[in-house]
Structures are given as C-alpha cells and as structure tokens.
Design a binder for this molecule. Structure first.
Ligand SMILES: [Ca+2]
Ligand SMILES: [Ca+2]
Ligand SMILES: [Ca+2]
Length: 413
C-alpha cells in the first residue's frame, strides 16, 4: 500500500494514494503479460470478448473484465462509433504524473494546442505556464508531467490510473478502458513518487492544480487519493467547482470523482468527505462482489460501487502492465466511464449538473448490469454502479454512508 504521509510546514495534510501493493510482477516481453489469460478476479466473465472490431489482446482474453462489468451495465447507453469530429471529455488526473509515452496513453492525452504549436520556452497561450502541452508538474513547477525520482522507468500510480481512465482501444496492445474513445487525460503532477518522497502534497499545490484543470477545460477531476486535513482556501476551491452554481460568463464546474479508501481508515478523507453535489464517490467492490470490508464511511450522495481488485493496467516497467488492487482503481475506472458516456452523442452537450442528474443519478445507478445476469437478482439496483448506501444496507456490508440511504443529494435539474 502506498501511503504518502504529508506534513508540510504549516498545515498537516496527509495524502494517501489509495492503492495496494499486491502487484503481480510482469515478465517477458513488453505486453506479453497483458495478453496471457490471467486468473485473478472471481468476477471475470467466463467467455472471451466476442468483438471482432477490437484487437487489444488483454481485453479479448478477459483481462480487462471490468469494462464489461461497468460498461456492460449500460444497456441504455448509445454506442457511438468513433468519429473524427466527436467530442472528448477531458479528465484531469491528480497524481504522481504519468508516463505519457506509454503505448496505451500516448494518443490519449489532452493537448493544449497553442502550446503544442507554439514556441518552446514561451507561454504561447498566456495562462502562466510555459510549454504546458499535456498538463503541468505542480511539484517541480515545469511542463514535464512524467513520473520522477524512484518512479522513473518503474511502476507509477499515476500511469496505472491514466490507463484505467483512457487506455487506447484497438491499438493492437494490451487493454482498453471505458473511456477509450471519449476521454482525454490532462496530467497534473501534485505529489512525488511513493512513500517517503520529499515531494509531499500540500493544499496550496492542489488548489493551483484545481484552478488550472477547470480553466483549461477539464470536466472530470479524478482523485485516486485522499487527505485528512485541508485549508479554507482548498475547501473554497472545491466548493466553487463541485457545489456552486455555474458562473454565467465561464462555466468552471466539473465532476469530482473521489476515492473512498478501503484500508480501515475511520474517515474517508477529502475530497470524498465533502458533501458537495458534483462529487461522485467511488466505493470499491471487492472480489466477493460486495463493498470491500475496510471501506470508510462517507457522506451519502452519488456513491457508486466500482471494481477494485484484480485490475490490469499500464506500468512504466519493462512488461508494460501489472495487476493492482484498491479503491484507486475504482476511482479511475469510474472517471473513465463517466467521460466515455458523457462524450457520447446523446449527452455531449449536457452541463455537469445535467449529466449528473439525468444520467448518473437517474439512470446509471439504477440500471442492472448485463455482464452477469445470473447474479443481478440479489441487488435492488445493479452492482457495480449501484448506489453504495443502498447496497450496504441490503447486503449488510461495510457501513459506508454517514446518512440514511435514499437521501441522495445531487443536481435536481
Ligand atoms: Ca501556457
Ligand atoms: Ca511554448
Ligand atoms: Ca489498448
């Protein structure tokens, strides 16, 4: 488990990257690990994917099982064929950077066109950041968003999460993701690599990254992380984005996808602990198909279950892929799913509030899944995207909601 104990001089703030370290080491040539049929999750569908239009071997072999598990739930969602003109939803990844050259990521990055077509060393778009082509490194204050320090050439939390959000589909390699065709990733490096790093998170850095993300157009903000103490300034920044009405002149609202930790922490931590209406909390569903036992309580609202265990994703290591467990995965998978659905033609013009009310609240959390129809009878509203408060009550699993179930607080339009 990667714990990043963060103790800035002025404000005690702990940023915990919610993951686990039961990583299965990959070996062999690049990508081979992803293609081999892996036996890990008990939730894996028993059939290989029968889709001639995709050539991602890991997906074909059932290793990207969570895509069917979440996207398979969306029988109501229109399938959009790839179209050069289709819109993308930008997902801002707040993490330790991402290996942007990875075969699953290199074509999936948000790009600041004015910088990409501008002059090196010049702030071509005048946003205060020089050469910010795919995001920004708020730790070192430069444009290199790749993992640094011990994470160079090795596993990086952010690289893994980026692949769960938007791994490229149909590129002849590895995995796909629910956001493959609709999500672009903005990489915001807000912490150093792993525990003990001197590059610790601090609220002001997170606040600067938040401001950047919304100003540059990110509509889904993905936090596979949590911290226990905050500042009034950071609280206000989150409230502006995730709770206040959209401003008339520039809509800087976004959907915050927040990890609910599952290692027995007594509190969910921020940003999951904020009661704001545009926060979607990712509640980890474990291998046994219930909420992970150690999941922390969080405010009720848009709390959706998503897979956490036995998830295959990208790494900078020589094999290119590895398996991880933890609610970080749930968060990234949910972020990619929201972006993928939001970018599709029926919903692409929805505001954040419209999308949350009409799609996430009214449909997504109430739709039975399709992938495992034999099991859906136990659930009132379909795992894994079920309202986690309702699920916890029904299955007597971890007490994950601080309020009564059914009192969802979300956009009402
Ligand atoms: Ca710039
Ligand atoms: Ca430039
Ligand atoms: Ca792929």
């Amino acid at each position: 488990m990667n714990f990043w104990f963060v103790r800035p001089a002025l404000v005690a703030c702990t940023l915990l990257v919610t993951s686990a370290s039961h990583a299965q080491k990959a070996s062999g040539e690049y990508g081979e690990f992803a293609c081999r049929a892996l036996a890990c999750s008990t939730l894996v569908p028993d059939r290989h994917v029968d889709d001639a239009t995709t050539n991602d071997c890991g997906y074909h072999n059932g290793n990207a099982w969570w895509i069917d598990y979440v996207a398979g739930s969306l029988a109501w969602a229109d399938v959009r064929s790839p179209d050069a003109s289709h819109a993308h939803i930008t997902v801002a990844l707040f993490d330790d950077g991402a290996q942007t050259s990875h075969v699953e990521l290199r074509n999936q990055l948000w790009t600041n066109e004015r910088e990409a077509n501008g002059k090196p060393g010049v702030d071509d778009d005048g946003n205060g950041y020089v050469d910010d082509i795919h995001g920004w490194d708020f730790v070192d204050n430069d444009a290199d968003v790749s993992p640094q320090g011990e994470c160079v050439g090795r596993s990086s939390h952010g690289t893994f999460m980026a692949s769960l959000i938007a791994a490229e589909r149909n590129n002849g390699a590895g995995i796909a993701s629910a956001g493959s065709d609709g999500a672009k990733i903005m990489v915001l490096r807000i912490v150093g690599c792993g525990g003990g790093s001197k590059d610790q998170a601090d609220p002001e850095r997170i606040a600067r990254a938040l401001e950047y993300a919304t100003r540059m157009g990110a509509k889904v903000l993905s936090f596979s992380a949590h911290w226990l103490q905050t500042t009034p300034g950071l609280d206000a920044a989150f409230k502006r984005i995730a709770d206040d009405p959209p401003a008339a002149d520039a809509d800087t609202t976004a959907i915050v996808v927040a990890s609910v930790p599952n290692k027995g922490e007594p509190l969910a931590g921020f940003p999951a602990a904020y009661p704001f209406r545009r926060i979607v909390r990712a509640v980890p569903i474990g291998n046994d198909n219930i909420i992970s036992p150690g999941t922390s309580p969080a405010p009720s609202g848009l709390n959706l279950g998503a897979p956490s265990a036995c998830v295959l994703g990208a790494t900078a290591g020589p094999a290119g892929y590895r398996i991880e467990h933890g609610s970080s995965n749930s968060t990234a998978i949910l972020s990619g799913l929201l972006a993928g659905v939001w970018s599709s033609s029926p919903y692409a013009r929805f505001s954040a509030d419209e999308f949350l009310a009409k799609v996430v609240r009214d449909r997504m959390s109430l739709t039975k899944r399709r992938s495992q129809p034999d099991l859906k009878g136990d659930y009132p509203s379909g795992v894994p995207l079920a309202d986690a408060c309702m699920l916890a009550t029904k299955r007597r699993s971890a007490n994950v909601c601080l309020d009564e179930p059914g009192q969802q607080r979300g956009p009402s339009q």
